[in-house]
Ligand binder design. Structure first.
Ligand SMILES: [Zn+2]
Length: 54
């Protein structure tokens, strides 16, 4: 899994934090990353280089 905030690779088993958004669980390297995502997830999701749909 990739931390969508900082781009770091994180293992779900060892991730410092996880947050569900629109049915998908995202994992984070730190609680700070999770809090940034939780406050405003859209910029991190739209920056996804895999570019799903739209
Ligand atoms: Zn992070």
């Amino acid at each position: 899994m990739i931390d969508p905030v900082c781009g770091m690779e994180v293992e779900p088993a060892t991730a410092a934090a996880a947050w569900e958004h629109e049915g998908t669980v995202y994992y984070f390297c730190s609680v700070g990353c999770m809090e940034r995502f939780r406050e405003d997830p859209d910029p991190f999701l739209s920056g996804d280089p895999s570019g799903r749909g739209m």
